[in-house]
Design a protein around this ligand. Sequence first.
Ligand SMILES: Nc1ncnc2c1ncn2[C@@H]1O[C@H](COP(=O)(O)OP(=O)(O)OP(=O)(O)O)[C@@H](O)[C@H]1O
Ligand SMILES: [Mg+2]
Length: 246
Amino acid sequence: MNSALPAPAALAASGLVKRYGELVALAGVDVAIRAGESVAVMGASGSGKTTLLHCLAAVLAPDAGSVRLWVPGGAPLELVGMSEDERSAVRRTHLGFVFQDHLLLPELTALENAALPLLLLGHPRGSAEAHAQAWLAALGLAGMEDRRIGQLSGGQAQRVAIARAQVTGAPIVFADEPTGSLDSTTSSEVLVALLRATTGQGRSLVVVTHDPDVAARCDRVLHMRDGRIVGESLREAAPQFAEGAR
Ligand SMILES: Nc1ncnc2c1ncn2[C@@H]1O[C@H](COP(=O)(O)OP(=O)(O)OP(=O)(O)O)[C@@H](O)[C@H]1O
Ligand SMILES: [Mg+2]
């Protein structure tokens, strides 16, 4: 383990099973995500990574198992067994998402995209946009607020997606191949921005990736095969954003 004191769990799943007809996409997965840690999920195409991410993030309802989410100041929420509406409320309130493509709305500006989760929670437009603007600036996008998504580079658009995943202050952010369509330099910049915005702020990040460079920067890597976690590796280096780190 990296630290002497284990951080509290932010999310814990046990016995997760998900079938698509005859196909068993998750065959009994146990996993806990601690507060403030970054976890990469790797594995061959079809091994169940996206399905796992979606079950952890209350996007999909598993067929069996439990997913508990610890929310600030409350008892843990059991996500399995919730209705679609309840899951959607949990996602909007407590979770953030960064996906590879088609997450951002092309007809909206960078600022409108980033502010959207707060508007959906009922925040007034002025404060939602002020908050979104601060996140865009923190991610190096000051001056680009009024551009539509098509007027941004891939890496810039992905940073808008990161801003959008952070504005509500969600304690856990999920990302599915967030750097998959980017060149290696841009990918590295986006990942650093994503880690700063999540673990750098004490939040947890769960990131599905095929990229070993992305996985190498996470605290822990889970390896999946045929719907199971078949291995786990820990990063040995010091945490990237710790005070006094080289
Ligand atoms: N909606 C669906 N209906 C039927 N089968 C599905 C569905 N979604 C996923 N599957 C199947 O479930 C298995 C796991 O898919 P999943 O998308 O989780 O894999 P993955 O590890 O994310 O793969 P990739 O790296 O290609 O994104 C695959 O065999 C896939 O074909
Ligand atoms: Mg996938």
